[in-house]
Design a protein around this ligand. Structure first.
Ligand SMILES: [Zn+2]
Ligand SMILES: [Zn+2]
Length: 440
């Protein structure tokens, strides 16, 4: 009797829970449907008018105008073209949501009616095509849609919402520039940060999460190897930097395979090797460009010091007239997802979309400058948004192909389900963080 009663109690509790959950979802879905037409129109406008990194002037002005109309306190030109929009709604935590503003020098080949035909001059003065080939237009349109729902529904949450639009993500400069321009001193420092990124690794309607490291440390290293030039027919009168460089390229490969513990992720790629002008001339220097990827600080330091040791030793072995010049020209930190936040918000996404639509994704060896906000002390949840047309995704999977990746001229998100899922996910996550109580 007792056990039957308990069973009924459990059954009725779970039914009640399911009803509350689905009615919450139903009201969120109808809010998303209501803002969708405007978000879609903004998406098309942004897609047709992309701007390169550090030149996102009109894009930033459009977003700033929308946010002002919604009642946010808006500050422009933070760290270049960055926008900060704040909505204060009583006591509670401060939660940041980021979008990026920039597009890429890619010629769009999707054939879509709203495909970009924009050309502009890049910073070197060259004519280049411009395309939102990384989906930042989806992120921006979702960001405004989310801002709209949050502003219309202030009774459902408490605290401070800080929406930021950052420039130059594609050049790994914008996040650092906003922090350097006082993002966390002129404005409230967020207790938690949230961002998403769209891609074709998941079909639209699905989201993904990655506990702990989701993007890698990225270090760019330029190397100049010095030799002694001369006639190609008289190598005995020279010190050939091309041969030294060739040895260096091969020797660098054994750092990852022989010095890094199997299972620890590490990449050393020599992206270019440039030297010489003519078949019968031995040049006096050769240039190498490397990208170096890792997740942990230990592995990162090991890779960088092993590169220095290897390059110096090869030059010395060949009797080079002077040590190589080794310059670390760019450095981006890994993006670390706060484990507690990840657990909490993964559950929110599952409740919103169902477990079948929330996938755990492996860490990615690409990099993302959102990590500058984490480094500045904002624990964060950075998650993935599927943007692939579900039918094309299934077809590609069945035939063993992959859909065009971000940065491809053919990158074409399935707009309606991508945008709706992005807005629904962002609002669900923000509501949870701003519902009262601790954020972490
Ligand atoms: Zn990109
Ligand atoms: Zn991107």
């Amino acid at each position: 009797m007792k056990s039957i009663f308990l069973a009924i109690l459990i059954a009725s509790t779970s039914i009640a829970y399911a009803q509350t959950s689905s009615s919450n979802n139903a009201s969120l879905t109808s809010e998303v449907n209501a803002v969708y037409p405007q978000a879609q129109a903004l998406y098309v406008d942004l897609h047709e008018h992309p701007e390169l990194s550090l030149h996102e002037v009109n894009t930033a002005a459009k977003l700033a105008g929308r946010m002002r109309d919604l009642g946010y306190e808006v500050t422009e030109k933070v760290g270049g073209t960055g926008v900060v929009a704040i909505l204060r709604n009583g006591a509670g935590p401060t939660v940041m949501l980021r979008t990026e503003l920039d597009a890429l020098p890619v010629e769009e080949k999707t054939g879509l009616p709203y495909a970009s035909t924009v050309h502009t001059k890049d910073d070197a003065g060259h004519d280049v095509p411009v395309m939102h080939a990384c989906g930042h237009d989806i992120h921006m349109a979702a960001w405004v849609g989310t801002a709209t729902i949050m502003a219309q529904n202030k009774k459902n949450w408490h605290g401070t919402l800080m929406l930021i639009a950052q420039p130059a993500e594609e050049r790994s400069m914008g996040a650092k520039a906003m922090v350097a321009d006082g993002l966390f001193t002129r404005f409230p420092k967020p207790d938690v940060g949230v961002a998403l990124h769209g891609g074709n690794l998941l079909p639209a309607g699905k989201v993904g999460f990655t506990p702990e490291y989701s993007y890698s440390n990225s270090d760019t290293v330029n190397i100049t190897i010095y030799g002694k030039g001369g006639h190609g027919a008289h190598p005995e009168t020279t010190i050939d930097p091309i041969v030294i460089a060739a040895r260096v390229v091969l020797a660098l490969q054994t750092i990852v395979s022989r010095e890094i513990k199997p299972g620890d992720a590490a990449v050393i790629t020599v992206g270019y090797i440039q030297g010489g002008t003519k078949q019968n001339i031995i040049p006096d220097e050769v240039h190498l460009g490397l990208t170096v990827r890792s997740f942990t600080d230990d592995v990162r330091q090991h890779l960088l010091s092993a590169i220095t040791r290897t390059v110096n030793a090869e030059a010395q072995a060949a009797g080079a007239p002077k040590p190589p010049l080794i310059e670390q020209v760019e450095s981006l930190d890994a993006l670390y997802n706060d484990p507690k936040l990840n657990e909490r918000l993964r559950a929110v996404l599952i409740q919103t979309f169902g477990a079948q639509n929330v996938e755990q994704l492996p860490p990615n060896m690409a990099s993302e400058d959102y990590s500058a906000f984490v480094k500045a002390g904002v624990p964060s949840f950075y998650f993935a948004l599927g943007v692939a047309d579900p039918a094309k995704f299934a077809e590609a999977k069945a035939s063993g192909n992959s859909l065009p990746s971000n940065h491809s001229p053919f990158f074409a998100p399935d707009v309606e389900p991508s945008l709706k899922t992005a807005i629904e996910a962002e609002v669900a996550v923000l509501h949870n963080l701003l519902a009262g109580g601790a954020v972490r």
